[in-house]
Design a protein. Structure first.
Ligand code: BGC
Length: 409
């Protein structure tokens, strides 16, 4: 293996999860309410999820044994602040134990403060767009500061703010006329976008005031919008409110999180459906691994000088060999970007576990399978393959596969 695929020890090599998708019984969150409303986009509720609220030691044991050196997980606002201004010390202590449990196992924890879910009371007072949401978020972050006070080097304030603003627009459409846009996602809600940018700044300030050593950033969903010939201006205008405004807001942060899964094609009239002949994943997205390299290049252009961390990248598939193939392609595109000078400091795969994919369990992104009846965890070959990189610190060559896994097309 050539030395140019060598990763420094400081390079983060991990897997990601989020609280709502794995913990189970997250009854006080807006999403739980959404899952139990009459809105029919939800196929099944999250229920017990992976029961990781209780089984997190097992999750971390597996990741450490597999060779990962880092673990990104989120803490749940609706558990920490079940009623406005009422904080659960026991829940904060629970998440602190997770941080210490990660450190005990040799996993460096990256803590996300908000991953899509808010307390019900926050949603009922108008969500992010309501006045004072930024201050309420900062108050929660201050109350949770024991979690990241020591032993945590990276805090992600808000996961995919652009998708949070899109979800605000979707929820409004569903509750008003029950419709969604015909192709692709709707325009992010503008008031939510502005509020999230303010909330990020407030949270960064709060984290730094409590734990100055922590490196803060937020993670943006990158859609790798590609313009068809003649549609460049349309694509630029399309991209700005959906992505670039959030990337620009990361300028000057300690790092910027890049989350990439696929690409979006833009024609003269706007977004185009996935081409008929393209392979699709279980989420219906185009199989397009090289999106990752393109995403980091775009982020570096929009937030020059800000170090990048890939905080999510992965594929929903029932065929683990395709996961290896996809990930090898994604890592190859990442390595090429790094060779071209893009400053990338870490890679987290989405996801550690097969978990709740926002409305259903069918799209399995996990490196580790979870039995829906017994919650038994079974690492897939991809988990061993990717974990081995953590141990060797050498990126896999394209097409390199674990024994017995066919990465062919
Ligand atoms: C989110 C995850 C989600 C994943 C796959 C990202 O948008 O942060 O929560 O499960 O993509 O859809």
């Amino acid at each position: 293996m050539s030395s140019d695929r060598h990763l420094p020890g400081s390079f983060l090599w991990g897997a990601s999860t989020s609280a709502h998708q794995t913990e189970g019984g997250n009854t006080n969150s807006d999403w739980w309410a959404f899952e139990h409303s009459s809105i029919d986009v939800i196929k099944e509720p999250s229920g017990d999820a992976c029961d990781s609220y209780h089984r997190w030691p097992e999750d971390m044991d597996l990741l450490a044994e597999l060779g990962f050196t880092d673990y990104r997980f989120s803490i749940e606002w609706s558990r920490i602040e079940p009623a406005p201004g009422e904080f659960s010390r026991a829940t904060v202590a629970h998440y602190r134990r997770m941080v210490e449990g990660a450190l005990d196992r040799g996993l460096r924890p990256m803590v996300t403060l908000h991953h899509f879910t808010t307390p019900r009371w926050f949603m009922e007072r108008g969500g992010w767009a309501a006045a004072g949401s930024d201050e309420l978020f900062a108050r929660y972050v201050a109350a949770a500061s024991l979690v990241f006070a020591s032993g945590v080097d990276h805090v992600c304030t808000i996961n995919e703010p652009n998708m949070v603003a899109v979800m605000a627009a979707i929820q409004r459409a569903l509750t008003t006329d029950g419709s969604q846009s015909p192709v692709g996602l709707p325009l992010p809600d503008e008031a939510t976008t502005e509020a999230l940018i303010r909330a990020h700044a407030c949270a960064v300030e709060t984290v730094k005031s409590r734990a100055p050593h922590v490196r803060t950033g937020w993670s943006v969903a990158n859609q790798v919008y590609q313009a068809l010939p003649g549609a460049e201006d349309v694509a630029t205008a399309f991209r700005y409110p959906r992505e670039d405004v959030f990337l620009e807001a990361a300028r000057g942060d300690d790092w910027l999180g890049v989350q990439s899964y696929t690409r979006g094609l833009i024609g003269p009239d706007g977004p185009l459906p996935v081409p008929d002949d393209a392979e699709r994943t279980l989420t219906g997205w185009e199989y397009y691994p090289q999106a990752l390299g393109e995403a980091v290049r775009h982020c570096a252009a929009l937030a020059p000088g800000t170090p990048l961390i890939v905080t999510e990248n992965g594929i929903a598939t029932a065929d683990d060999a395709r996961r290896v193939h996809y990930t090898a392609g994604a890592l190859d595109s990442l390595t090429r970007a790094m060779h071209d000078g893009i400053d990338v400091r870490g890679y987290f795969h989405w996801s550690a576990l097969d978990n709740y994919e926002w409305g259903r369990y069918e799209p399995t992104f996990g490196l580790i399978a979870v039995d829906r009846e017994t919650f038994a965890r079974t690492p897939k070959p991809s988990a061993g393959w990717l974990g081995a990189v953590g141990r060797s610190r050498i990126l896999p060559a394209v097409g390199e596969s674990p024994a017995g896994v066919n990465t062919g097309c």
